[in-house]
Ligand binder design. Structure first.
Ligand SMILES: [Zn+2]
Length: 681
């Protein structure tokens, strides 16, 4: 076994177009944090590197939707994620971002070096191009009909109706989402990493790591068995790291080329000594990731590092499977998720409860399920009833009998010696499990130490023995307090906030891992701090509230009948059916749209109502671009008295719904059989 002088640990760069949910945390950030905190506690030289991944097509599309620049999008989500990690206790050495100048320079230099070494192959291919928008159309910039299921709104990379993954060339009747025009084919040159030629080297590298987790090793083998294909490392896009070549105007590095280099640039940003963390053979490089990133970290990034020639290669890539939520896949687009920044608001000071539950239930070997009921049970019957209860009883009894001072242990019985022997084995048992990336097992062992303490107290019943044999109680409480001190050190990687609480309760500075296991961690006569509860019970109503919230904020939600939805405006006074019947609402199609001069909120729309073609002025310019809504079917109130807006007569009103953030969205027929002029009732 190679003995390493130092460690470089990375956690997957989260994509800066949303918040962090429990699936992200359970997938890679929490296990990485536990691993790093453990090694730090053993005095190892270790860097823990992460940052926001801020390039790629979804960010530019999100920016268009929200009507702002890509930079504004990544600024917003970078700061949200950075704050969430800090508050949740993920202790990165640095949390950087790929839009930083250091990163652009590093990624650009990396590409240039490989280019100069002749690593890339140049290849000209035909890609869809929007002549009006003057832009190549990467995956999501193009829609069309799915060749598999006939869905008219399939994307260039995937059909969301049938789940088939597509390439833009597969789409029938492709349309640019930028202009609504039919795209043309245009030749473009890109630079490819010849993974096919590199296959023998990669294969040798993977085969030398058959100690990797079976899910990771298995996925790598299956890629290799299919035969690796050359992969384009550049894209025709304007958002990203510019390709540093003369004939590469309008091209950026492929996001999966630049993102892993982000680990290197963040290290550079952190320390002048960065090279020894990336180039010295005595450094162990470990990437914590989710299972969707295995190919990038086990095959593509190592290939890039091999081609450079100066870098060490990842020694392990522990990837977790996925965490589901209440039996369903976590989904950002459907908002089926527990967002960590919201959890921190709803459960202030309870970071460790979620850390505990996500580790105890981590999807280490298969997909796993998070439920709020399980969250409550683990808090109430494990953290409160076992760990919290043991620590509290020990402290209260010490306060009661010995004024809060550690009593002297004068004479051990056989059962005490057995207890000490058992206690001494925990640091290694827990440490070995962490080093093998078996975090659930490690945490279960930690709880076994608390169970051992509870059993010791129950077997010895100091509250009964005190009157007849106070000396025996001294020994029992002394040893119980030693277990508490051990717990404070050994729980630290998993529950750092609770470890701090326990240290202040014991009135000690945090202890190192290697100090643990002994029965003399607290000296006789040492004054303890005030007894406080480490955990508190979580009540049914708190859990019900979370489950309601989950269902109410779900995008395709069906709230239970009779439920009160606190976010919506109160209902207006009751009306009779005849009032409703006076309104004539029809299905209509927007056939043209333009901005109204001198009014930044208004759009002038031409609408086919099925009865006639008329003009409607609508106050939606802040939320919708004219080019995005042409062709859209809407619901229109057609018998509203006409009125003039900015000199234009508006003949009707389009039905819109207001989102919780004030944005107006269309209330529109989703059935493709809806016909213009159809009465809405
Ligand atoms: Zn389809």
């Amino acid at each position: 076994m190679h003995s390493y002088k130092r460690h470089t640990v990375t956690a997957a760069l989260p994509y800066a177009n949303g918040g962090l949910h429990i699936g992200h945390i359970a997938g890679c950030y929490l296990p990485a944090d536990i691993y790093v905190r453990y090694l730090r506690s053993r005095g190892k030289d270790i860097l823990f590197i992460c940052g926001s991944d801020e390039h790629g097509v979804p960010i530019t599309i999100r920016a268009r939707k929200e009507n702002c620049t890509p930079q504004e999008i990544v600024d917003k989500y970078h700061s949200l994620m950075k704050r969430t990690f800090e508050e949740f206790g993920i202790a990165f050495s640095i949390y950087s971002r790929t839009s930083s100048p250091v990163h652009h320079q590093t990624a650009s230099d990396f590409f240039k070096k490989l280019y100069d070494k002749g690593v890339f192959t140049e290849s000209v291919t035909e890609q869809y191009y929007d002549a009006k928008a003057n832009q190549f159309l990467a995956d999501r910039y193009i829609t069309g009909t799915c060749p598999k299921c006939g869905n008219p709104n399939a994307y260039g990379d995937q059909c969301e109706r049938c789940g088939t993954s597509l390439s833009p060339m597969d789409l029938i009747n492709p349309v640019s989402t930028l202009s609504g025009e039919k795209p043309i084919l245009k030749e473009t040159k890109n630079w490819f990493l010849p993974l096919d030629k590199l296959q023998p080297q990669i294969e040798a590298y993977i085969n030398s790591h058959d100690d990797w987790k079976p899910n990771v090793f298995g996925q790598c083998k299956s890629w290799l068995n299919q035969g690796l294909q050359p992969r384009a490392m550049t894209r025709d896009l304007d958002w990203g790291v510019k390709v540093p070549l003369k004939d590469a105007e309008g091209k950026v590095l492929y996001v999966w080329f630049d993102a892993p280099i982000g680990y290197i640039s963040a290290t550079k940003e952190l320390t002048k000594d960065w090279e020894k963390y990336w180039k010295d053979k005595d450094t162990r490089l470990i990437h914590f990731i989710g299972k969707d990133n295995i190919v990038f970290h086990c095959i593509i990034f190592p290939s890039m590092l091999m081609c450079d020639g100066e870098y060490i290669l990842p020694d392990n890539v522990p990837a977790n499977e996925f965490l589901n939520l209440e039996g369903e896949k976590i989904s950002t687009s459907r908002n089926w998720a527990v967002w960590v920044h919201e959890y921190l608001e709803d459960f202030p000071g309870k970071q460790d409860v979620l850390r505990y539950v996500l580790c105890a239930n981590a999807p280490e070997t298969k997909d796993n399920d998070f439920t709020w009921a399980d969250f409550q049970t683990r808090n109430n019957s494990e953290l409160v009833a076992i760990l919290g209860n043991f620590v509290h009883r020990t402290n209260v009894l010490t306060k009661k009998y010995f004024d809060g001072k550690v009593p002297a242990a004068l004479e051990y019985e056989k059962s005490d010696l057995i207890l000490m022997e058992e206690m001494s084995r925990f640091p290694k048992k827990i440490g070995d499990a962490i080093e093998a990336f078996h975090f659930r097992e490690a945490l279960a062992e930690l709880m076994n130490l608390a169970r051992l303490g509870n059993k010791y107290l129950a077997d010895n019943e100091p509250w009964k023995v005190y009157n007849t044999n106070p000396q025996r109680v001294q020994v029992v409480l002394n040893l119980s307090l030693q277990i508490c001190a051990n717990l404070s050190a050994l729980m630290r990687p998993f529950m750092p906030f609770t470890s701090d609480k326990l240290c202040s309760l014991l009135n000690i500075a945090p202890l190192n891992w290697d100090a643990a296991g002994k029965a003399d961690m607290l000296r006789e006569g040492h004054q303890l701090g005030e007894p406080v509860m480490l955990f508190e019970k979580i009540e049914d109503f708190q859990i019900e509230k979370q489950i309601m919230k989950l269902h109410h904020t779900k995008v395709d939600n069906q709230p239970p009948v009779g439920a009160t939805l606190a976010v919506a405006r109160p209902q207006k006074p009751e009306i009779v059916f005849e009032d409703f019947e006076k309104m004539d609402i029809r299905v209509a199609t927007i056939t043209a749209a333009e901005k109204v001069q001198g009014a930044d909120k208004l759009l002038k729309l031409t609408v086919n109502t099925g009865i006639d073609v008329r003009t409607v002025v609508s106050g939606i310019a802040k939320y919708h671009k004219p080019e995005d809504i042409v062709g859209k079917q809407v619901c229109l109130l057609v018998n509203l008295a006409p009125r003039k807006l900015k000199g234009i007569e508006s003949q009707g009103m389009i039905l819109m719904a207001e989102n919780s953030d004030g944005k107006l969205i269309f209330v529109a027929p989703t059935d493709i059989n809806a016909e213009n002029g159809g009465i809405v009732k």
